[in-house]
Design a protein around this ligand. Structure first.
Ligand code: C2E
Ligand code: CA
Ligand code: CA
Ligand code: CA
Length: 283
């Protein structure tokens, strides 16, 4: 690089340092974020299409950084994965989401409504922890949330390393009584083979398929097929990224069980989510 000239080399070198510094800065800040209580969960309702009722919520992580403001997960989950920080962060997410769901259910279930389920995203790093199953059992015991109220959202990337090991872990999780969802369904490669082998309860249709269902015949055909597949395998099916009435009507007409998306609500801070369920919001 040096023969390109001193200035050029310096420029390149300087840019590398800049990028490295930025990563180190974010990594350092991530390390402190848990202690300082900078993480928050937002909750996005999952709506039953037949009754129009909220039946659960997905917990979505946000980082309330003192200078950067509200940092979306796409900007730090990757780095948290690489550094392994996702393990303590993910443990915090699980505990916080379960405690919140338990509190909401205690407040509203006496009204005769079925308890809300909470969905939590699990990263590959978390899934590979040897104490994953006992740590989840411990969180359920500590918070008092019934296992049936917890949905674990997994992506296909979790299963590629060691399929036999993954099947074993999934069976242990099932034995706890939690539900297992495949997130972003349809975006991976091996969907059909693992559906046969893995004890899955829920398919979440990726929002890239949902986006064009009302206007594109191919996308529509894919979504109809996934719904049919789920029905035949007796799985619950949730469509994500529902933004319009046309999409909702299409999904309802084709027998999709639940939906999640901006058409109904964005992910909300806990207080706002609470106000929404208190007001008995339905479709
Ligand atoms: P995801 O699990 O697929 O979550 C759904 C994402 O779609 C969320 O983005 C949500 O805000 C967004 N979304 C919901 N409805 C709509 C809609 O109608 N239209 C559009 N365009 N988007 C919609 P978010 O919250 O930014 O999260 C992004 C990703 O970050 C998540 O994708 C998930 O992979 C990851 N993530 C979030 N929280 C956690 C966590 O606690 N742990 C782990 N490991 N990953 C997380
Ligand atoms: Ca998810
Ligand atoms: Ca998803
Ligand atoms: Ca996604």
């Amino acid at each position: 690089a040096k023969k390109l000239g001193r200035n050029r080399w310096q420029f390149y070198h300087g840019a590398m340092n800049e990028e490295t510094r930025e990563r180190l800065r974010i990594e350092g800040a991530l390390r402190n974020a848990l202690e300082r209580g900078e993480f928050v969960l937002h909750y996005q309702p999952q709506v039953d299409l037949a009754s129009g009722r909220i039946v659960g919520m997905e917990a979505l992580l946000r980082w309330q950084h003192p200078e950067l403001g509200m940092v979306p997960p796409q900007r730090f989950i990757g780095l948290a994965e690489e550094t392994g920080l996702i393990v303590p962060i993910g443990a915090w997410v699980l505990r916080t989401a379960c405690a919140q769901a338990k509190a909401w259910n205690d407040a509203w279930a006496p009204g005769g409504l079925p308890p809300l389920r909470v969905a939590v995203n699990l990263s590959a790093r978390q899934f590979a922890q040897p104490d994953l199953v006992p740590s989840i059992a411990q969180v359920l015991a500590d918070t008092g949330l019934p296992a049936a109220c917890l949905d674990l959202e997994l992506t296909e990337s979790l299963f590629v390393d060691d399929v036999a090991q993954a099947v074993e872990v999934l069976h242990q999780l099932k034995a706890l009584g939690v539900a297992l969802s495949i997130d972003d369904f349809g975006t991976g490669y091996s969907s059909f083979s693992y559906l046969r082998r893995f004890p899955i309860d829920v398919l979440k249709i990726d929002r890239s398929f949902v986006a064009d269902i009302a206007s594109d015949a191919d996308e529509a055909a894919i979504v109809v097929s996934i719904i049919a597949l789920a029905r035949n395998l007796k799985l619950r099916v949730i469509a994500e990224g529902v933004e319009s009435l046309a999409q909702l009507e299409f999904l309802r007409a084709h027998g999709c069980d639940e939906m999640q998306g901006y058409y109904f609500s964005r992910p909300l801070p806990a207080e706002e989510f609470e106000r929404m369920i208190q007001s008995g919001s339905t479709l």
